[in-house]
Design a protein around this ligand. Structure first.
Ligand code: NDP
Ligand code: OXD
Length: 317
């Protein structure tokens, strides 16, 4: 039960997966009963809708909801929003919640351990019926770098550091993390890349990161490095990845995101022996923890405090 003062009465519309929406509704009923929580297309009187949580908002958002005060993304990313179509002053909030963080930590940790313990080679050896041991390298000698030191990148690095890996991170602005080498900006990118065995991408998709994982970047990694891509498909230049795998510049790629999604059945990535593909499932918003975070943000909004995950629309994330 919430000990906070009740929120002002308002309508909140949820426009995303309705099954998960019903779990959000339960949390709102328990923690914010003063909010009229509705699942799209049920929106009641559109003039009363003050808050919208959506993966894809309606195109004519201002006409649909003339009095909207906050747009929440139902996921961590906001690249699916057409910012140009949103009222300029409308606050946009991305999803920062413990469930999505835990899912990403699990996915990336599994991928890094799989690469670290040479599982792709052993799977190929098994197909050939080949019994051959490879040297076991201690985690402390395996260098893992994460692009993006946001809510997900930092949690992933902390988990990998806990397993004993040598960890580094790169972001736009300078960060400090205990025991982790933090690099910032394009000037420090080459120094970050040149020491890595595994590169993990957890950048948001913006104009600055579209096509970021390309031949030039791959050439700055040590020969034989591996890629784990969990950001967004359009950040990766697929032809450059295939070329880097062909020359041995990259040894393996684990891709949870592709361009396009779904990846067409005939696409060469599906059958590439050094590529693992999952269908954009690295992490998912967990309804119960997400709804609680959004209710907390409604309290912050009404108290004039900064909301968790508020997007800087000029930066695009
Ligand atoms: P955050 O907004 O919290 O963090 C983004 C990080 O990226 C920040 O550290 C930021 O730097 C850095 N960054 C952004 N642009 C640049 C740039 N041009 N150059 C260098 N660094 C940059 O995001 P989250 O950690 O919450 O999420 C990251 C992304 O993960 C999401 O946007 C989404 O695309 C993806 N994702 C994928 C999922 C999946 O299932 N595959 C699930 C959830 C998310 P700074 O700190 O300096 O601002
Ligand atoms: C997200 C995602 O951004 O699932 O939440 O990719």
């Amino acid at each position: 039960m919430s000990l906070q003062a009740p929120l002002p009465a308002a309508t909140f519309v949820y426009k995303s997966d309705p099954v998960r929406g019903r779990q959000w509704a339960e949390v709102f009923r328990a923690q914010a009963p003063e909010i009229d929580f509705r699942i799209w297309p049920d929106m009641g009187d559109p003039a009363k809708v003050r808050f919208l949580a959506a993966w894809e908002p309606p195109e004519n958002i201002s006409e649909c909801f003339p009095n909207l005060q906050v747009l929440f993304s139902s996921g961590a990313g906001v690249d699916q929003f057409n910012f140009a179509a949103l009222p300029p002053a409308l606050p946009v909030v991305r999803m920062v919640e413990p469930g999505i963080v835990q899912g990403m930590v699990e996915y990336v940790t599994r991928a890094v351990l799989d690469l670290h313990r040479d599982m792709p080679q052993y799977r190929r050896q098994q197909q050939r019926g080949e019994w051959k041991a490879l040297p076991v390298r201690p985690a402390s000698q395996r260098r893992i770098g994460v692009l993006g030191l946001g809510s997900l990148g930092q949690a992933v690095l902390q988990a990998l550091q806990g397993l004993g890996f040598a960890c580094a991170g790169w972001s736009r602005s300078q960060h400090q993390m205990d025991g982790i080498c933090c690099y910032a900006g394009s000037d420090e990118l080459p120094a970050f890349l040149e020491k890595l065995d595994v590169l993990v991408c957890l950048l948001p998709l913006t104009d600055a990161t579209r096509g970021f994982l390309n031949a030039d970047l791959f050439s700055r990694l040590p020969v034989g490095a591996a890629l784990v891509h969990v950001g967004r498909g359009p950040q990766l230049v697929t032809a450059d990845l295939l070329a880097a795998l062909a020359t041995g510049q990259l040894s393996e790629a684990v891709l949870d995101v592709t361009d396009p999604e779904p990846l067409p059945t005939a696409h060469p990535l599906w059958r590439h022996p050094q590529v693992q593909i999952t269908p954009h499932i690295a992490s998912m918003t967990q309804p119960l923890s997400a709804a609680a975070v959004v209710i907390d943000n409604l309290h912050r909004f009404h108290a004039g405090q900064p909301m968790t995950g508020l997007v800087d629309r000029a930066r695009g994330y």
